[in-house]
Design a protein. Structure first.
Length: 398
């Protein structure tokens, strides 16, 4: 008797065979992924999900009723409460909870399909998992993406302190499926002044611009903001000019700190010298049983006191220098540091001149290596001669 070859179809044998396949896949899922059907009243929302909006729930409910649940929920089991806390699927869970009892029973007779994550993870790892899961299933706004990176940065800094990881930005990149370089750009964007930060959130500037602007000081960023507000955008030459001024200010700040640190250290050294000399003077004066002759002892006390007075004068001089440095720095900070329109035009002109000279210098070898072509092409030769005359005239009028 020939064997019957059953396949998934409308026959009872076919249905049974298909059901058997479903059962097998369910067993495999339970074994490999800790997959379970969980009643909705055993699942609780996760307070860490509050950062993510729960809009479009009604539309999602209708989609699940029509198309089924396309992605399982991800949960953690809490043995103390005998409940499952959501990691991923908050919107799906709320959509299912809005169904009528009949709709719920018809669509989820055994409960909601969930992947139960390992319950022995730390609070930090739970939140990392939650952020990563939400990022994978949502099309987030720039503001939310920035929050994700910022929060992951805090979480991974805590893990790095424990020695659990080494490269924070590499870990963030891995969780959010972005490059490490892009993760660093998000981090730099957190240094933007509030107005530029808001522009980034509203797509007034892009992440690449935010990365460049965030590396500059507050005054430079305010100047950039004023230009964008005035013109709607900022030219590269304008940015480069502002960047140059910002770098000059940063260099001045480094020099100030270096001078201040050096003077402060010298004051501490003089203070220590004075304390040692005072101790030595006290020892000389109180040591009545010393074998030293009185004239010699008096001479040593006199010498130590002179050295102490000199150290005190030098200490006072250094303290006055520190006060002067601090006053100069205070005056600089109080002075208006925004760039005037005339100054901006001047530095923009310098930036454009530098670009033009760089272009000429970088391409000069092309002209030099093609002398024969220029020589045999009348039009090119005339253009080079005109350029030479113009350069000579420029140099003579400098």
């Amino acid at each position: 008797m020939a064997k019957k070859n059953f396949s998934a179809g409308s026959t009872k044998s076919g249905v049974l065979n298909n059901d058997g396949g479903e059962k097998l896949r369910e067993i495999q899922a339970k074994t490999q992924y800790n997959f379970k059907y969980i009643p909705k009243d055993k699942i609780i929302p996760n307070p860490k999900n509050e950062q993510y909006t729960q809009d479009g729930i009604e539309a999602l409910k209708e989609s699940i009723l029509v198309n089924g649940l396309r992605h399982n929920l991800s949960v953690l089991y809490d043995a103390e409460t005998d409940q499952y806390r959501l990691i991923s699927g908050e919107r799906r869970y709320h959509a299912i909870c809005q169904m009528t009892d009949k709709e719920y029973r018809d669509n989820f007779p055994a409960g909601i399909p969930c992947k139960v994550e390992k319950s022995d993870i730390s609070d930090i790892d739970e939140e990392i998992m939650l952020i990563s899961a939400n990022h994978d299933v949502r099309e987030s706004s720039m503001e939310v993406k920035r929050w994700e990176v910022s929060r992951l940065l805090e979480l991974y800094e805590a893990k790095k302190l424990k020695g659990e990881i080494k490269n924070i930005h590499a870990e963030i990149a891995s969780q959010l499926n972005i490059s490490e370089r892009q993760a660093r750009k998000y981090t730099t964007a957190e240094k933007l002044i509030p107005e530029l930060s808001e522009l980034l959130n509203s797509n007034g500037i892009d992440l690449n611009q935010a990365d460049k602007f965030g590396k500059l000081d507050e005054d430079a960023q305010k100047t950039i903001l004023s230009i964008i507000q005035k013109n709607g955008t900022i030219e590269n030459a304008e940015f480069q000019s502002i960047k140059k001024l910002s770098e000059e200010r940063a260099d001045e700040a480094r020099q100030y700190k270096k001078q201040l640190d050096s003077a402060t250290k010298e004051i501490e050294d003089k203070k220590h010298t004075i304390e040692l000399l005072e101790q030595k003077i006290n020892d000389f004066q109180s040591n009545g049983n010393s074998k030293e002759k009185q004239p010699d002892k008096d001479e040593m006390v006199k010498f130590a006191m002179q050295a102490k007075e000199k150290a005190e004068r030098e200490k006072a001089k250094m303290e006055a220098q520190v006060e002067k440095l601090k006053q100069q720095q205070k005056e600089k900070e109080q002075r208006q540091t925004s760039i005037s329109d005339s100054e901006l035009k001047r530095i923009n002109s310098i930036a454009k001149l530098e670009q033009s000279l760089n272009l000429l210098e970088n391409n000069f070898d092309i002209l030099k290596n093609n002398k024969s072509i220029i020589k045999n092409d009348a039009e090119l030769k005339i253009r080079v001669e005109i350029l030479k005359d113009r350069l000579v005239d420029l140099i003579e009028n400098l």
